[in-house]
Ligand binder design. Structure first.
Ligand code: SF4
Ligand code: SF4
Ligand code: SF4
Length: 292
């Protein structure tokens, strides 16, 4: 699913740039700077024991219903309209690892870029927040997200989008996000993005044999506020290669290129229109002359 979306975005980008600029380079819109107060989370997969306490705490803290009401054992395998985070297991040639799926709180989020009425927006600390009162249910955010995160409540008469908002209701009360508060091993931690990035670099330097030498989210997709450390390649855990440009930076560059590209055809249209009108005027003058 993520691969298709990525391929589609890449394809659209290539076609759009070529169409808009006639082969000339489009002027890219500037990068979004990282706010000094940007908060974040660091998930270190090598510390995760797969206990899923974070999933239970997330459901409780966000008043989300169980996936299967009435079932004694609730163990969702993917994000959904009822689940904001999920722990998935990878086992393969590269070893085994857990992976915590949730919104990555992109520095330059595609979901915010496409939301026309600001239901999805950047809030305090750079958290990507959702306002259900503004949402019209168009689900553009779902299509735009390169990580396939936002989910829709298909089974609700008043459906909303569901995604992690970093427990901003708890942060506002001076508490930690629920998953970070309960994690028994410190596999998921909350803090300032800058400090978490420095901590992640320290861990790799201290244990170079334990980690893939990369912090996912440092610059991927323009950078994210949820950062990942792992012992197995990130793409095996479902974190795709997206390059260092954010999706909105690419799409907005293409849009601006297209608008710019309209200038020449529009000018030609005006000139042709003027020439046609002049020709018609001349013809009617000539016809009047012939009649007299
Ligand atoms: S991961 Fe998806 S939903 Fe979360 S901020 Fe980025 S684009 Fe938006
Ligand atoms: S920060 Fe809150 S909403 Fe997000 S995954 Fe953790 S518990 Fe769930
Ligand atoms: S609570 Fe911590 S150790 Fe347990 S599954 Fe969640 S992130 Fe992993």
């Amino acid at each position: 699913m993520t691969m298709n979306r990525r391929a589609l975005l890449k394809g659209l980008g290539a076609v759009g740039v070529a169409t808009a600029t006639g082969g000339r380079a489009a002027v890219a819109r500037s990068r979004r700077p990282v706010a000094e107060d940007a908060v974040g989370m660091l998930y270190d997969a090598t510390r995760c024991i797969g206990c899923k306490t974070c999933m239970v705490a997330c459901r409780r803290a966000n008043h989300l219903p169980y996936e299967k009401p009435g079932h004694p054992w609730d163990d969702p395998v993917d994000l959904s309209g009822r689940t904001k985070t999920v722990i998935q297991r990878y086992r393969g040639r590269e070893g085994q690892s857990y992976m915590k799926r949730q919104c990555l709180h992109c520095l330059d989020p595609a979901c915010v870029s496409v939301c026309m009425i600001g239901a999805m927006h950047k809030s305090e600390g750079g958290i990507v927040a959702y306002d259900p009162d503004r949402c019209i249910g168009c689900r553009y955010c779902q299509v735009a997200c390169p990580f396939n995160v936002p989910r829709f409540q298909w089974d609700s008469p008043t459906p909303k989008i569901v995604k992690c908002e970093m427990c901003r209701h708890l942060l506002a009360r001076g508490r930690l996000p629920a998953c970070c508060e309960v994690c028994p091993t410190g596999a998921v931690q909350f803090g300032k993005r800058k400090a978490l990035l420095a901590e992640a670099k320290r861990r790799i330097a201290r244990h170079p044999d334990r980690y893939v030498h990369k912090i996912y989210g440092e610059s991927d997709a323009g950078g994210t506020q949820v950062l990942y450390l792992s012992s197995v390649p990130f793409e095996k855990l479902g974190l795709p290669h997206l390059g260092t440009e954010s999706v909105p930076r690419l799409s907005e560059t293409v849009q601006h290129g297209i608008y710019k590209g309209f200038i020449v055809p529009a000018a030609l249209y005006v000139l042709i229109g003027a020439a046609v009108r002049r020709h018609h005027r001349q013809r009617s003058v000539d016809e009047r002359k012939e009649e007299t």
